[in-house]
Design a protein around this ligand. Sequence first.
Ligand code: 8OZ
Length: 368
Amino acid sequence: MTTLFEPTTAGSIQLANRIVMAPLTRNRAPGAVPTPLMATYYRQRASAGLLITEATAISHQGQGYADVPGLYAPDQIEGWKPVTRAVHEAGGKIVVQLWHVGRVSHTELQPGGGAPVAPSAIRAKTKTVLIKEGVPTFVETSEPRALALDEIPGIVDDYRRAALAAIEAGFDGVEIHAANGYLIDQFLKTGSNQRTDAYGGSIENRARLLIEVTQAVAGAIGGERTGIRLSPVTPANDVLDDDPQPLFDHVMRQLVPLGLAYVHFIEGATGGPREIPDRPFDFGALRLAYRAAGGRAAWMVNNGYDLSLAERSLREGADLVAFGKLFIANPDLVQRLKKGGPFNDPDRTTFYGGGEQGYTDYPALATS
Ligand code: 8OZ
C-alpha cells in the first residue's frame, strides 16, 4: 500500500502528499526579478505536497547564471509575492531554495566585474550561462579568489537576511542549497577546499560554513521552516571529497539539534546515475545514524525516481520524494502518478531560458 499520496508534515509545514517538486533552474527571471509567468508555472504545479523553487541567489555575489532569480533586493521580494500567493490560492506549499554559487560564476555576473569567490583559488572545470546578444550561451567559469576569513560572517548574514526576506515574500520556509558543487559544497569537500584556517582541513572545519549558515537561517525563521539539500557524491560542478561518508555523518549529527523541517538528498550524480562506481555511498546507513542520534527531520530523496522506486524508498524509510524532470513536463504530476500515467516527455531545449514554450504550455490530463 503506497503512502506517496498521504498527507504528512515537514517541520511546521503541512503537506497534502509526499510528492515534492525538486528545485529546477529555468533562467526566466531577467534582471533576477521573478515574473508573473513564474507565478503561473508554480501555480500549475501546486498539487505537489511541496514545491521547492529554482535556486535563488542570496546576494549579487551569489549569482552565477544569467536570468536566475534573487532574493536580496526589494523588487525581487515583491516579484516573489505573486508566486507564493498563487501557490497558496491553489492549496499548495512552497519554499525557496537559497543559493550562493561560490566559484561557479563569471566576472560578468559579479558586482563590479570582480572574480567569483571560493574557499580556495581553484577554478571549477564547469560551465555557466551568459546571455550574449539575447542568446543563452555556455561559457567557462572564471578564475575565483579565495575568501578572506573576515568575509565569511557577511556571507552567513546574507543567508540570514534572505531567509527573512523569504518569509516577507510569503514562503512557507526555505531550503539551503548545500549541494551540487556550489559555495557550501565547495567548503565541504577536499577537492575544492585547501584552506588552512578554521574553515579548512578537518571535517569539522570544512563543515563549519554549512553549520553556521544553517544555524543563522534556523535562528532567524525557525528550524521547523528550514530544509537543506545535500549531494554527498555528485560530480556536478567539479566537486569531489576524499571520504564523504564520515564527512556527511558529521554534518548530519551537527544538524540534529537544529530541528530542521527536512533534509534533502541527491542520490548519486545530479540528473544522472544513482550509483557511481568509484564514489560509493551508503545513504541508508546515514539515515539510520541520524535517526539514532535523535534527528527527526523529514527525509527527502531525489534522483531518477518513478512511482515504483518512490514507493520502495518510502517503505525503506524515506518520508518525501522529489521529482525534477517529470515535474517540468507534467504540471499535474500527482494526478498522473496516481493514475499510473501517461507522462509528457520533457523538452530539454527549453529547460534554460525562453518564455512560455516548454514552461507553462505542457498540457494537464483532460479532466472530463
Ligand atoms: C542546472 C543549471 C544551472 C544551475 C543545480 C542550481 O544544479 C543548479 C543548476 C542546475 O543545483
